[in-house]
Design a protein. Structure first.
Length: 318
């Protein structure tokens, strides 16, 4: 990894010491979820002696709303501060859950990779397959309690809503319990407080490896390698539901242009370096290296997609 980072630095013509000596990566939720995963991955990438030390800081509140507002207001404008985001952040922005701020009010820095949604239950759950769960929901849309990160309208709520709709029932009749982050939701599932967890594959890897949960379906176009190789997709089981979750970083709009460009150059080279894709997949993510104008265009496109979906699910949009 040291060699990878050093090579990326030389290719970019940017010495790693151009970064501040200490970098704070803000995970805008409680520990254990996808934002935490993103910041821990950033810490690994910059862990070599030539890079800054990364400290993960947790700032829960509205599944990212508090961090986004502070960034826009200039309270997180330090060149050494990056903030984790996901597709769920964009879902919340289009519904006005991050306040009156425009999606382009911050500086989108980079995407690292794509996570995919999952439908998981406890090891001893009565639902032995996705078909069994769908059948239960078809009989009674409130027959299983969903638990996930975020409240009504969040991306995890949307996964559950789309699953209920796939069973031919009104998603507004489902039972859903909200948690501040995927880590809390998984703990509730393992503790028997909810029946079904609709989260993401990367954040559930450790629980799956420990045998604490059973994953009924992967919400990906095809099966993934590694720990999820034996998990069938929802499509394989007759439910046409795919949910990619992009994970990345942004910075406050008040960050000086020179510092932002240094970050962009460094991450662009690191993401393109040989071996990065393998390291990302080891964390359960598929590579999606976007920076600069390409990332801005992607954000705008996804915002429109989520705005349309929110309307279809009878949610208010701004």
């Amino acid at each position: 990894m040291k060699a990878l980072l050093l090579s990326a630095s030389l290719l970019a013509g940017l010495p790693l010491h151009a970064l501040p000596p200490r970098v704070d990566c803000i995970a805008p939720a409680k520990p254990g979820g996808g934002f935490d995963l993103t910041c821990r991955l950033v810490r690994e990438l910059l862990a070599a002696d030539q890079a800054a030390a990364v400290q993960v800081k947790y700032l829960p509140g509205g599944i990212g709303a508090v961090a986004f507002d502070r960034a826009v207001q200039g309270r997180l404008a330090d060149p050494g501060t990056v903030i984790a985001f996901s597709s769920g952040s964009l879902v919340n922005i289009v519904q006005g859950r991050f306040g009156p701020h425009d999606p382009m009010a911050v500086r989108w820095l980079a995407t690292l990779g794509t996570d995919y949604g999952i439908v998981a239950v406890r090891r001893d759950a009565p639902f032995g397959s996705l078909a069994a769960l769908v059948d239960r929901l078809r009989q009674d849309p409130a027959g299983a309690v969903f638990g996930a990160s975020g409240s009504v309208g969040s991306q995890d709520w949307m996964k559950a809503a789309l699953l209920v709709r796939a069973a031919g029932r009104d998603h507004r009749a489902m039972r859903f319990v909200s948690f501040e982050g995927g880590g809390q939701a998984l703990a509730a599932l393992k503790g028997g407080h909810v029946d079904v967890f609709c989260g993401d594959s990367a954040e559930a890897r450790e629980a799956l490896a420990a045998g604490e949960i059973r994953v009924l379906a992967l919400l990906a176009p095809q099966r993934l390698p590694g720990r999820y190789a034996d998990v069938p997709t929802a499509r394989e089981q007759g439910v046409d539901l795919v949910w990619p979750t992009v994970r990345g970083l942004y910075m406050g709009p008040g960050v000086p242009e020179r510092d932002f460009q240094e970050w962009t150059a460094l991450l662009r080279r690191v993401l393109a370096a040989p071996g990065f894709a393998a390291r990302l997949r080891a964390q359960g993510l598929e590579p999606l290296p976007l920076t600069g104008r390409e990332l801005d265009a992607y954000v705008r496109s996804q915002v429109e997609t989520y705005r349309t979906l929110a309307r279809e699910l009878h949610l208010r949009v701004r």
